[in-house]
Each structure stands twice: as structure tokens, then as C-alpha cells.
Design a protein around this ligand. Structure first.
Ligand SMILES: Cc1cc2nc3c(=O)[nH]c(=O)nc-3n(C[C@H](O)[C@H](O)[C@H](O)COP(=O)(O)OP(=O)(O)OC[C@H]3O[C@@H](n4cnc5c(N)ncnc54)[C@H](O)[C@@H]3O)c2cc1C
Length: 379
């Protein structure tokens, strides 16, 4: 067993850490307040190769691999969760197009995502009546000559306003249950696809979360990703990888919370000494550090298995449920250590807790991760 990172992985980690500290962290608070989509920094991140990390170089990506990808997202999540979720969803879409797409789809979309010409990619599965039970989705795609016609509503779609391309799940066969679901690549500006609502969120406020409505939205037949009926498998398989991304983002946020709490505990004096000298505070910091390390190891293990081409569904769910719940606990503890100052906007820890509350919801709630884990355990 080797826990050491390769030289390439260390270089990616170092490069992204520098970028995140210099370019993302300084704007994170203002972006949270203004709820402004971070188009400028995302473009620079694409230039650094961070939007196509899971796609090999010969297909137009940067092919850094799943472990380097996890390390990069940990650095981005440490600086800003809005950037982190936008980046992880875009990479998931880019990888989905690579894994399931035709050469024409590769050539059309991967360079545009990789270069930053598209500010983001989006993944549209959830509907008003189909959340955790995604297989019950009702959007339809009917074949009409050399086109499909999409109708339906997708909710909570990350980057739905800005994405150059959206992976949309819809039923091509209404009577076939999950086996009737297919996926389409729908380009921004396609007539019939419109943003009908922008969500105002508790946290991750600079990420874009919208409702997308499809009304007689005609897409060419070659927009189909994979085969008709493969859509549910494509979306779930993409989410397996996506969960490593969300776990990584959460490790980054956990790290930020721990660092803020440690710095504050050393500075803040009560009873004539820094509160870091109090054992009650030391125990909190020790627990936070231990939980963060456990989450990091679970996440890197899942990424390592994925990179090796081994099955990793179980590991990804374990990493996701543990890391997301860890970052919520750490954000809460960071506020507790800051006392009253943790509850006001002068310090970043209140943002950390607001941002942390989303991660146990998207890409499968904690309850759904536990179902995946126990199903494997009991099989
Ligand atoms: C900020 C944000 C961004 C998002 N981005 C995207 C995106 O880009 N694309 C996309 O498609 N979706 C996205 N989502 C949607 C997200 O994936 C769903 O919210 C999530 O799948 C849960 O669905 P739901 O909200 O309908 O909750 P429900 O499924 O209604 O669940 C409600 C509660 O019941 C629990 N529950 C449901 N079924 C079970 C069960 N079988 N056993 C135990 N408990 C259960 C859930 O865990 C939850 O606690 C996003 C959501 C948010 C908040």
C-alpha cells in the first residue's frame, strides 16, 4: 500500500493551490454576497486545464486522472464551494461525453469545454416529481424524422443558465420505466429550452442553480448520447464519478473550516491566554483534524480505484456520505470555536456552514448513499 502522491499529482495540487489562494479565495466572499456567477475565474481555470481533467489528452482533455482531479477539487473547495461545484459538474459532463459520446460529439464538445469557450457544462436529471427517485422522471423525447422533440421540466440544474451544453435525461419510451430513459446533449440557445427560474440559495450562492423548461425543443437525432434506453445507466454511472468530486469539494471546505478555527483559537484570548491553550478547544481541533483526514483517505481511495479502472461505486458513496457530513460538522465546530464572531459575516465560517448544507443533498442525498452502501453490503 502506497500513500505517496506521484510527482505529477503533487504538481497539480501545488498549481491549483496557488491559483485558488491567489485568484479564487480573495473573491469568494464578494461572489457569495452578490450571487454572481464566477465566469472570469472559471475561464482561467479552463486555461489551466481544470475543466477536462478526466478526459485523456488524445481526446482533447488534460487527462490528469481521478486522483489529481480529487486533489485539485480539494484546493478549489478550500477557497470557494461555488467554484468547486461548478468545476466538478463541468468535469462530470465532459467525462460523460467522452465515455458515451460519438467521435463527432467528442470533437464538437470536449474542446469547447476544455478551452473555456463554454463557461460550464450542466447535468439535468432532477425533476419536480423525480428527485431521489430519478428513474420516475417524466420528461419526454419523441423521435420526429431526423430530430427528437423534448418536453418537460428539470429543476435545481447547476450552471443551467451558463452551460454551453446540457446532458438532459428524458424518456424515449414512456412505457419502459428506467429502460426507456435516454440522454441528449442540448446546446445553449436551442429554441424551446429556457431558464424559467433562478433559485435563491442558502449557500453556494455564486453557483447558478436554475429550473430548465423544455417546450417542443427540437434537437438533431445525433444529439443522443449513447443508445436509446441507456440513459439511466449513463446518468447513474456519471454520478458515481461525480460523488468523488463532491467528496473532494467537501474535504476542501472541511480544511478551510479547520484552518479558520485553528487560526482563531491561537489569536483569541480569554481568561488571560489563547483559547487554543484550553483542552476543550484542543479536543475539538483534534477531532476535526482526524475526521478531515479520514474523509480525505476515503476520497482518495475511491479516486485511486476509479483511476485503476476498478469498480468504485461503493467507495464513492462512502466517500461522499462521510466527507459531506464531515464538512458540515467541521463548519459547525468552526463557528462554535469562533463564539459570537462565528455567527457574523466578518469571518468566513458562517459562509462555510451555509455552503456545507448543500453537499449532503445533491448528487444523491446522504440517505441515498447509505442505501447504495447497504445494498452492496447485503448483496
Ligand atoms: C444546490 C443544488 C444543486 C443541484 N444540482 C443539480 C444538478 O446539477 N442536476 C440535477 O439533476 N439535480 C441537481 N440537484 C438536485 C438534487 O440532486 C436533488 O435535490 C436530490 O437528488 C434530492 O431530490 P429532492 O430534492 O427531490 O428530494 P427527495 O427525493 O424528495 O427527498 C426528500 C428527503 O427524503 C429522503 N429520501 C428519499 N427517498 C428515500 C429513500 N428511498 N430512503 C430514505 N430516504 C429517502 C431524501 O434523502 C431526503 O432527505 C441539485 C440540488 C441542489 C440543492
Amino acid at each position: 500500500m502506497d500513500f505517496a502522491l506521484t510527482e505529477e499529482q503533487k504538481m497539480v495540487q501545488e498549481m491549483v493551490r496557488r491559483f485558488a489562494e491567489n485568484e479564487i479565495a480573495p473573491v469568494a466572499d464578494e461572489l457569495d454576497r452578490s450571487e454572481r456567477f464566477p465566469a472570469d475565474t472559471l475561464r482561467k481555470m479552463a486555461e489551466l486545464g481544470l475543466m477536462s481533467m478526466l478526459v485523456p489528452a488524445e481526446a482533447g482533455g488534460t487527462g490528469m486522472g481521478a486522483v489529481a482531479y480529487a486533489l485539485a477539487l480539494m484546493e478549489i473547495g478550500r477557497a470557494c464551494m461555488s467554484h468547486a461545484v461548478t468545476t466538478s459538474v463541468t468535469n462530470m459532463v465532459c467525462e460523460g461525453i467522452y465515455r458515451f459520446g460519438t467521435p463527432r460529439q467528442h470533437a464538437r464538445y470536449i474542446p469547447r469545454i476544455a478551452s473555456g469557450e463554454y463557461p460550464a457544462g450542466a447535468f439535468a436529471l432532477t425533476e419536480p416529481g423525480a428527485g431521489s427517485d430519478a428513474g420516475s422522471l417524466r420528461a419526454t423525447a419523441e423521435r420526429d424524422g431526423d430530430h427528437y422533440v423534448l418536453n418537460g421540466t428539470k429543476v435545481f440544474i447547476t450552471s443551467g443558465t451558463h452551460a454551453g451544453v446540457v446532458m438532459v435525461a428524458a424518456k424515449t419510451d414512456r412505457d419502459a420505466g428506467k429502460a426507456g430513459i435516454s440522454v441528449f446533449l442540448v446546446e445553449r440557445g436551442t429554441p424551446g429550452m429556457k431558464v424559467s427560474r433562478k433559485e435563491e440559495k442558502l449557500g453556494q450562492r455564486a453557483s447558478d442553480t436554475v429550473e430548465l423548461v423544455f417546450e417542443d425543443c427540437r434537437v438533431p437525432a445525433d444529439s443522443l448520447l449513447g443508445n436509446e434506453g441507456d440513459g439511466f445507466k449513463i446518468m447513474l454511472s456519471s454520478l458515481d464519478g461525480g460523488r468523488i468530486g463532491i467528496a473532494s469539494n467537501s474535504c476542501g471546505l472541511g480544511r478551510a473550516a479547520l484552518e479558520a478555527a485553528t487560526t482563531y483559537a491561537k489569536d483569541r484570548r480569554q481568561f488571560g491566554r489563547p483559547i487554543a491553550a484550553l483542552q476543550a478547544i484542543q479536543c475539538k481541533l483534534a477531532d476535526m483534524d482526524t475526521q478531515l483526514e479520514a474523509a480525505r483517505l476515503l476520497t482518495l481511495r475511491a479516486a485511486h480505484k476509479k483511476e485503476r479502472g476498478r469498480p468504485y461505486t461503493q467507495e464513492a458513496s462512502m466517500a461522499k456520505v462521510y466527507a459531506t457530513e464531515m464538512c458540515q460538522r467541521l463548519a459547525r465546530e468552526a463557528i462554535q470555536i469562533h463564539g459570537g464572531y462565528g455567527y457574523v459575516r466578518e469571518y468566513p465560517v458562517e459562509r462555510y456552514l451555509r455552503d456545507a448544507m448543500a453537499v449532503t443533498l445533491y448528487e444523491g442525498t446522504s440517505e441515498i448513499q447509505r442505501l447504495v452502501i447497504s445494498r452492496n453490503l447485503l448483496a
